[in-house]
Write a protein that binds this ligand. Structure first.
Ligand SMILES: C[S@@+](CC[C@H](N)C(=O)[O-])C[C@H]1O[C@@H](n2cnc3c(N)ncnc32)[C@H](O)[C@@H]1O
Ligand SMILES: Nc1nc2[nH]cc(C(=O)O)c2c(=O)[nH]1
Ligand code: SF4
Ligand SMILES: [Mg+2]
Length: 212
């Protein structure tokens, strides 16, 4: 079984609930979406087909507990499920970053799902598969990348109306170079939201899109 891979690298997790852990990133190639702010457009095309067994060998070169399966859109390749299952079986703590346009119901229950809900300014909000919310575990998380004040209001209302902070962690993150982190923090405090503020740690540390 082969999977198209853009890169496998070791860094510090810069996002979501596992932020700060040394992590191996497996970045799958290809994405059906085109978010306005996407910092990973280099993963839309290209990459190399790799055997699942060779991916596991590459990950095994690092002394690490955490593996983050990302992209592109990792779930766009159905073989991603075999990869995640194999990594879980090997004892890794596996997370998957998904943009929410593809069904998550078949994701292995041991995997920590980071489900991005696309906002209006991403231009991909119509592609959110809202049925995915029914498959989120209490240990998973939801994430909103906020581009402007309209996105903030939209995300706030979305979370409020569905009581999402009662369901799992909810992250609000500013779109890099588009919305100031301080502005987003001020809005969250003003409205006393029960969400978790997040900035991409790797961009602070290395000022690049991946941190590798
Ligand atoms: C590159 S995506 C890959 C996984 C999946 N396609 C998704 O969108 O969740 C990983 C994460 O980076 C976030 N991201 C991409 N570009 C960003 C930017 N310019 N500022 C902040 N977060 C960004 C995405 O919203 C997503 O949560
Ligand atoms: N350091 C680092 N942390 C990350 N967390 C999620 C990433 C992603 O691109 O999905 C990412 C990434 O690209 N680099
Ligand atoms: S879904 Fe993820 S990889 Fe695809 S365009 Fe949006 S941020 Fe980029
Ligand atoms: Mg990234």
């Amino acid at each position: 079984m082969t999977i198209r891979i853009t890169e496998i690298f070791y860094s510090i997790q810069g996002e979501s609930g596992t932020i700060g852990y040394p992590t191996v990133f497996v970045r799958l190639t290809g994405c059906p979406m085109r978010c306005s702010y996407c910092d990973t457009a280099y993963a839309f095309h290209g990459g190399n087909k790799m055997e699942l067994a060779d991916i596991v060998v590459e990950v095994g070169k690092y002394q690490v507990k955490h593996v983050c399966v990302t992209g592109g859109e990792p779930l766009a390749q159905p073989e991603c499920h075999d990869l995640m299952r194999t990594l879980c079986d090997a004892g890794y703590k596996v997370s998957v970053e998904t943009g929410g346009a593809i069904d998550i119901s078949q994701v292995d229950k041991r995997v920590y799902i980071v489900l991005d809900i696309k906002t209006p300014a991403s231009n991909e909000e119509p592609n959110n598969k809202y049925g995915n919310l029914d498959h989120i575990k209490a240990s998973d998380c939801l994430k909103f990348v906020i581009c402007d004040d309209n996105d903030y209001q939209w995300a706030k209302d979305f979370v409020d109306q569905r009581g999402l902070t009662e369901k799992c962690d909810v992250f609000f993150s500013p779109s890099a170079d588009q919305l100031s982190a301080t502005q987003l923090a001020d809005w969250i405090i003003r409205d006393q939201l029960a969400v978790r503020m997040q900035v991409q740690l790797h961009k602070i540390l290395w000022n690049n899109e991946a941190g590798r």
